[in-house]
Design a protein around this ligand. Structure first.
Ligand code: FES
Length: 652
């Protein structure tokens, strides 16, 4: 009769193999994703499987408990020493005897799926550039002289088909004692680099290294630097943290940093040193939070705007300060952490995503990787809201992108009671259109300010200020309640009929919260606050509008709000303000930190790097600074919601 049939789940891959074929061998031949670090020697246990025994016929599955071979000595020894979970077998030892269904549990898959929380987001396939291999190396022989490295490379070739491996200098410096300590059995970390690159051995451990290695996904923003520490085997984020970008002391926004470097000799170098130092501090924080050795961080992916990109690399951003805004390099860069003074593994890799062009940088590329406007059937507008807004408009046919200088107002800066989004900050606001009385919620509590128990619930944090999403809602609600006119001016107490509108000196303000009688804060929204938000939202809107002009459309099918702040913004209030173009509210979604997610995808998946490197060539950059219509749109967009554009959705 024919050979036994083997079916793998969850992949559904199947094939017939002669009785006696190890399950791992069958898996490899069928392209089933089954892990192995020791190469089938029965010591790593990464190849664990769960057999469901059976024979297939039109009557269904008949159970046979002899469908796999009995335990051999190797599997028995592993179980005695380390213990296999009930029902589990080692795929490299168990051989196929009769028809069988084999389940590959998630932890035994090499290319694990990291499930993202959002429904519309694609999962991340874990397939990093750096992989671990266990090898047994031939001992040196005086009569057949060859170097230790040559025998190590030969073992990688013979045992893992890793061809033509090269070694980092750091590896040569440390290799010999490790080979001897491991009794010629070692685990290698090999960087596969780009297609066509020779694989490079980065690190050796004596014997079987059973632990994992780590990577960092870093979103280097003008205001904050955020890092996610990932386990490179499971793909999970095990710690995240952020610090202020220490370059803030040289200027709050990008252009002031470019001018700092132009006006001060050595200014660019000072900023380079500051940002690298900030990063090393951040790496200490995330490594401590996860309780790991920083030396095990072997790969890092960075996304940032072009000015940050140049300053991080140590390239003077001078050319970015003037047309034609030539980048030093727009391609993706493969560097070493050491060259950038980053204290990670001694030969840790650094990958910078490609820039698109001009002021549209690697952060926009990362958003494109995460949100894939180039794969969208319908016309999608993606806005990544930060100190600089990255804006993309497109679909499968074409994608346009621009960058717009919104300034830091959306992050709570330049706002009189503004603060970062942290416990105690007002994040939601409602104003009664009749009484003009406000109610609000603060970060850290689910209660509204007029709910019973609110005072107790917020006692620990207090009410400290107003964050970006709070100020957006406050201003939009003021407009809806009629205490603010379309030009952004707050009415007087007589005009509005509420003594919450206060004339202080020359400008009016609206009183949101007052605990000053008890020595607490007094939180108002002032005309200059509104002005700052008007400028920021006008920059955002006119960038989006400019792309719509170029695309030849006057509406979009859907809007994705990205950025740490974008995730919290209420679509309705954003539209009332005229921050984003009119679109059905249910078609406005938030993507969270899409740039950070893009960095994580590029860290965990080698193919994704090639994918975004190809995609950036298909994204057409629009330079807002030289577009006359940008100014015109900007002026119109300063009104709330807009001086000329209708917002029909708001009237339904
Ligand atoms: Fe390592 Fe099976 S492959 S134990």
């Amino acid at each position: 009769s024919s050979d036994p049939l083997i079916i793998f789940t969850p992949s559904g891959k199947r094939g017939r193999f002669p009785a006696g074929t190890p399950v791992l061998t069958a898996a490899r031949q069928l392209g089933v994703d089954l892990d192995s670090v020791c190469g089938g020697r029965g010591i790593c246990s990464k190849c664990q499987i769960t057999p469901g025994y059976g024979e297939f016929s039109k009557h269904g599955v008949t159970v046979h408990d002899d469908a796999l071979s009995e335990w051999n000595a190797v599997e028995q020894r592993y179980d005695d020493k380390r213990g296999l979970k009930p029902g589990r077998r080692l795929g490299c030892q168990a051989t196929i005897q009769r028809d069988v269904v084999i389940d590959v549990p998630a932890e035994s898959q090499v290319h694990k799926q990291v499930v993202r929380k959002r429904v519309e987001a694609r999962d991340i396939l874990v397939n990093p550039t750096i992989r671990l291999y266990y090898v047994e190396v031939e001992e040196p022989d005086m009569h057949e002289p060859s170097g230790d490295l040559e025998r190590l490379c030969a073992a990688l070739h013979e045992q893992w088909e890793v061809e033509n491996a090269q070694a980092d200098l750091h590896l040569l410096q440390t290799m010999q004692p490790i080979l001897r300590k491991g009794d010629w059995k070692v685990t290698c970390a090999v960087d596969h680099g780009r297609d066509g690159d020779a694989p490079r051995i980065m690190h050796l451990w004596p014997g079987l290294y059973e632990d994992t290695i780590y990577g960092l996904a870093i979103d280097l923003g003008s205001t904050t630097i955020a890092a996610h520490l990932c386990d490179m085997r499971s793909g999970e984020v095990i710690a995240s943290s952020g610090v202020m970008n220490p370059q803030i002391r040289f200027g709050e926004d990008l252009m002031s940093r470019v001018s700092y470097s132009m006006m001060n000799k050595g200014g660019s170098d000072e900023m380079t040193a500051a940002v690298r130092e900030g990063m090393n501090t951040l790496f200490d924080v995330v490594a401590a939070e996860a309780g790991i050795d920083k030396g095990l961080i072997m790969d890092a992916v960075f996304v940032c705007n072009p000015v940050m990109h140049h300053l991080f690399l140590g390239v003077d951003p001078f050319e970015l300060g003037q047309a034609p805004f030539a980048l030093a390099a727009s391609r993706a860069l493969h560097l070493r952490a050491r060259e950038l003074d980053l204290k990670l593994h001694p030969s840790a890799r650094v990958y910078l995503l490609p820039c698109i062009a001009g002021h549209v940088g690697a952060d926009a590329a990362a958003v494109a990787l995460s949100e894939a406007p180039d794969k969208s059937e319908d016309l999608v507008l993606v806005v990544d809201v930060g100190t600089n807004a990255e804006i993309m408009l497109g679909n499968k046919e074409r994608v346009l992108a621009c960058s717009s200088p919104t300034g830091p107002a959306f992050e709570g800066a330049q706002i009189s009671a503004g603060q970062r989004a942290a416990p105690g900050a007002i994040e939601r606001v409602e104003i009664d259109p009749v009484t003009k009385e406000p109610r609000f919620r603060v970060i850290g509590s689910d209660l509204w300010s007029d709910d019973p128990g609110f005072a107790e619930a917020t006692a620990a944090t207090g009410i400290t200020g107003i964050c970006g999403s709070g100020i957006i809602e406050a201003i939009a609600e003021m407009r809806l309640a009629g205490v603010l006119d379309a030009s952004g001016l707050i009415g007087s107490a007589e005009q509005t009929g509420t003594d919450r509108c206060i004339l202080d000196g020359r400008t009016n303000s609206y009183l949101l919260y007052d605990a000053s009688a008890k020595g607490g804060p007094r939180i108002t929204v002032t005309n200059p606050d509104i002005r700052a938000i008007q400028m920021a939202k006008a920059a955002l809107y006119s960038g989006a509008r400019l792309l719509m002009d170029k695309f030849g459309v006057d509406k979009v099918d859907r809007v994705v709000l990205a950025g740490a702040f974008g995730a919290h913004i209420s679509p309705k209030h954003a539209m009332v303000l005229g921050m984003i173009p009119d679109a059905p509210l249910e078609k406005v979604t938030s993507a969270g930190n899409a740039a950070g997610t893009g960095a994580r995808i590029a860290l965990l998946n080698r193919e994704a790097r090639g994918e975004i490197e190809a995609t950036v060539h298909r994204i057409h950059k629009v330079e807002t600074a030289v577009e006359p219509r940008f100014q015109e749109h900007f002026v119109n967009a300063s009104a709330i919601p807009n001086a000329v554009e209708p917002f029909p959705i708001l009237n339904t």
